[in-house]
Ligand binder design. Sequence first.
Ligand code: ATP
Ligand code: PRP
Length: 212
Amino acid sequence: MSDKITIAVSKGRIFDEAMPLLAQLDIVPRDDPVESRKLILETNQANIQILIIRATDVPTYVERGAAELGIAGKDVLMEYSGDGLYEPIDLGIAKCRMMLAGVKGAGPITDRPRVATKYINITRDYFANKGQQVEIIKLYGSMELGPVLGLSDWIVDLVDTGNTLKANGLETLEHIADISSRLIVNKAAMKMKPALIKPILNQLSDIIGNKE
Ligand code: ATP
Ligand code: PRP
């Protein structure tokens, strides 16, 4: 097993909020991540590299050992089904809420409600726990359009400021989960490379603890 550590991160809001945290551990990409088209960024630490992948792919890379560490939203982790991951630290970044939403002012739905979402596992579990029958419609984005165009009655999506819902005439109906990004760790790597991984976990815990 190599003595390199690969950290899988998605570009966008997680990357933007995670890089300042990693910088506090003196882990800084060599190339400008905004300019670079590289998918593997070397860092100032010779044995640490950062992998740039889609948010939903982060657990897959880490569970299968292509990356030892990753940073992923709780939404992605709740939707992912696998058990080869530790999830030791809530980094408290990319915070938002998973919500049920519908058209503002629309009354109760009499038939079996149709729910549009990209989070089909979370949605299935949520309504199963409530004992409510719904029809789930899988979408890949722009879920807000579902109720507006009559494709669905409700959506399950992430809400932060609420601006996207408001701009599309929707309102929140039920709170499903609080979301933030977590550090995830490949289980085998934790056993095989503790000398490399544990200092990173300890330092991150200290930084997060000091922020709270
Ligand atoms: P993909 O590229 O795989 O479709 P994505 O478009 O969901 O992923 P981002 O929009 O960068 O990628 O979101 C990454 C993570 O940030 C999400 O998994 C979620 O945890 C969090 N997130 C998403 N939307 C918001 C938001 N509006 N405010 C705060 N955090 C958010
Ligand atoms: C997320 C989410 C909502 C929006 C909510 O979309 O899917 O559409 O943020 O944020 P708000 O409550 O602050 O308006 P994102 O911006 O990530 O776009 P994407 O899902 O198309 O990537």
